[in-house]
Design a protein around this ligand. Structure first.
Ligand code: MTE
Length: 334
């Protein structure tokens, strides 16, 4: 078997289906020509996303351009921005994939307060501006694979969670990190109604082992496609853990707490036999109601385009993270 010279690492491989995220690339080329991309910094234009289902509802949530260290997108096959921002799971704003973009547009994220507490030497509180100024922002092109077997490739902007944790200085007793989403039923209709909110007991909570939380791939994201996060994607700050199913990537976070015991997590509380604490992407462990062996990559072709590809262990990031689970039975710890 031959191998292409210069083949990227497994997690960077461009997928075999065709996507043209022409807008992003040409915008970059143009900005480069205009001299805006220099010294690793990208200033992005503020474009309006279009609802890709029907173009009925233009996006009005106020996103603004970010300054960040840009990644090399040349080998990447990106999911178009209009799809990233209109096909979402954010049950606080409804359970339908197009509910968040419709219902989250008046979500107020400034002022915001994110606290880092618990078993730390130095508790921290970040306000809205801190989220964008206190840490070095960089672009990370990550796949996000939802447990429902669709996936996207997204140019996230953020900083490693490890950067926050370093500043807070976890005590040696700290073994896990517990995350919590904003609880504000006035703003989040799903928190007011079990029907709209899918029967979840809010606030939405998630957790990671401390070694997972401090892994360099684990990102606190404050933006995508060059701008601050749209409300429906978890503004102003959300987690992205690229080797785990999408539900671990908790949105609109207000609390990060270092704890000594495995914290409860929303989907595990709701259906423990279907959703485990670890939730590592694993094509060999099926969801009780469907296979996890393949996924539909969302591209330019629309929801029903035939872009089915094999799912990779740890979502393609095995080289980086498999060692975290050495000697663990992953069918038991799913
Ligand atoms: N975070 C909160 N607070 N509420 C949610 O309903 N949904 C999760 C995750 N984070 C969810 C959440 C699920 S199931 C997925 S697949 C991802 O967000 C989707 O992220 P995206 O809409 O930005 O693609």
């Amino acid at each position: 078997m031959t191998k292409n010279i210069g083949q990227p690492a497994s997690w960077q491989l461009a997928e075999n289906q065709v996507t043209d995220e022409a807008v992003y690339h040409s915008r970059r080329t143009l900005l480069k020509k205009l001299g805006f991309i220099g010294a690793g910094t990208l200033l992005s234009t503020n474009t309006q996303a279009i609802d890709w289902f029907s173009s009925k509802k233009p996006q009005v949530f106020n996103t603004s351009p970010l300054t960040f260290k840009a990644a090399d997108t040349s080998k990447q096959t990106l999911t178009p921005e209009s799809k990233v921002t209109s096909h979402n799971n954010f049950y606080e704003f409804g359970t339908g994939k197009s509910d968040p973009v419709k219902n989250a547009q008046s979500f107020n994220v400034d002022p915001w307060k994110l606290s880092i507490t618990g078993l730390v030497e130095q508790p921290i509180t970040l306000d809205y501006d801190d989220l964008f100024k206190r840490f070095t922002l960089e672009e990370r092109i990550y796949r996000l694979r939802c447990v429902e077997a669709w996936s996207m490739v997204i140019p996230w902007i953020g900083f490693p969670l490890a950067d926050i944790l370093k500043q807070a200085k976890p005590l040696s007793k700290a073994k896990y990190v517990a995350f919590e989403t904003l609880y504000d039923p006035k703003q989040m209709p799903g928190q007011n109604s079990r029907r709209i909110g899918g029967g979840i007991d809010y606030p939405y909570v998630e957790g990671l082992r401390l070694d997972e939380a401090t892994h360099p791939l684990t990102l606190m994201s404050v933006g995508l496609y060059g701008k601050t996060l749209p409300a429906q994607n978890g503004a102003p700050i959300r987690l992205v853990v690229p080797w785990k199913y999408g539900f671990k990537s908790i949105k609109s976070i207000v609390s990060i707490k270092l704890v000594d015991k495995m914290p409860p997590t929303t989907w595990n509380i709701l259906a423990p036999h279907e959703y485990g604490f670890y939730a590592n992407v694993n094509p060999e462990v099926d969801h009780p109601r469907w296979s996890q062996a393949s996924e539909r990559r969302i591209t330019t072709g629309g929801l029903f385009a035939r872009n089915r590809i094999d799912t990779l262990p740890f979502n393609g990031y095995a080289e980086q993270v498999a060692h975290l689970y050495k000697n663990m039975d992953l069918t038991k710890y799913f």
